[in-house]
Design a protein around this ligand. Structure first.
Ligand code: MN
Length: 349
């Protein structure tokens, strides 16, 4: 609690604030950045006070769906040489800030607001809570400090929650997460439109990219794992953006019996960005960490510099370890019965 109050104090004190989110930003990264900027503007300015609040994000491209989050915002315009305060949001490590890590390091004080279990607590003040999204951390922060949250901020927070949990199907979803959504529903905020915006709005390009990825899909380890790959060229051919690759790996994990899904994307510099998804008892963070990456139990990623053959060899070894440690699970057998342990069920002979 001490750190939450300290965060508020240093935000109030600062005349210039840089809000920095991670490279290749997703909806949660952008929504939490904008929501934080608006929270400060709505709640933390003294009468007549003007603060510099700059949103910085090391992004080459942002797709149209996520771009909508930035509507009315100017990003990547620096209005201070050295900021009084830099706030990293949705970043598990300093590295994730990309080229803006320098700005973060130069700032007079620093805050790290995040929800990743692998967060390295790299700031002076670290507000890291294991929740659904950076947006949910922000909501908790705002509630604890009794900050005003107008509808536009709630919409941003809802956006971060539903996208980082893939429509409330994965990640850290708690009673609190549901309560936040219930509160927004009670306020009659138009949640359906936001939902449709993120989940029923795939572009033709993204769909073609998905088709490409699926054409490379292979099953491994007794069909418990899927592997897909994409290249920068595939993305260009489909006139898609890098962000369009997001969510493709889920088509692997959504298959019956598959408990581990991998998507490897070859980048322009020949390095690979590898997305991992887990199901049941599989913890993909173990695999990501072994490969010098990070993330959550069911969603993780890492970068790899080297040949695909070497990547595959190392990665598949780690995957096999994780799969062997957790035998295949059939969770559907007793899904709709109240008996959680089938051994307890009396069978008449
Ligand atoms: Mn996030």
């Amino acid at each position: 609690m001490k750190s939450i109050r300290q965060c508020l104090m240093s935000i109030k004190k600062a005349h210039s604030i840089a809000i920095i989110t991670h490279t290749m930003p997703d909806a949660d990264a952008l929504a939490s950045s904008v929501a934080l900027s608006k929270l400060i503007q709505t709640n933390m300015l003294k009468k007549g006070e003007q603060k510099i609040i700059d949103i910085l994000v090391d992004a080459k491209e942002i797709n149209d769906v996520d771009q909508a989050i930035l509507h009315g915002q100017t990003i990547n315009k620096k209005h201070a040489k050295v900021y009084d305060l830099a706030i990293a949001i949705d970043c598990a490590s300093l590295q994730r800030l990309g080229k803006y890590a320098k700005v973060f390091n130069a700032a007079l004080s620093t805050i790290n607001i995040d929800h990743h279990a692998t967060n390295t607590e790299f700031a002076q003040n670290n507000l890291v809570l294991k929740t659904s999204s950076a947006c949910e951390v922000l909501y908790i922060f705002a509630k604890m400090q009794q900050l005003e949250m107008p509808d536009d901020i709630c919409k941003l927070i809802y956006s971060g929650i539903i996208t980082d949990t893939n429509n409330l199907t994965q990640g850290t979803i708690t009673v609190e997460t549901h309560k936040i959504i219930a509160e927004f529903a009670e306020r009659e905020i138009d949640l359906q439109s936001i939902h449709d915006h993120f989940f029923k709005n795939n572009t033709k390009s993204k769909t073609f990219l998905l088709k490409q990825a699926l054409s490379t899909l292979t099953f491994m380890f007794d069909d418990r794992m899927t592997f897909m790959k994409l290249t920068k060229q595939n993305i260009a051919d489909c006139k898609a953006t890098y962000e369009d690759t997001y969510g493709i790996v889920d088509f692997g994990i959504n298959i019956k019996g598959v408990e581990l899904a991998v998507l490897a994307i070859k980048q322009a510099d020949n390095s690979y960005y590898v997305s991992l998804r887990g199901k049941h008892d599989i913890n993909v963070a173990h695999i990501a960490i072994a490969m010098n990456g990070g993330g959550h139990e069911k969603i993780a990623a890492f970068q790899y510099k080297g040949y695909l053959a070497d990547l595959k060899q190392k990665l598949f070894e780690e995957c096999q370890k994780e799969l062997t440690a957790h035998p295949q699970k059939d969770v559907f057998g007793n899904l709709f019965t109240s008996n959680t342990n089938l051994d307890d069920v009396q069978v008449e002979e």
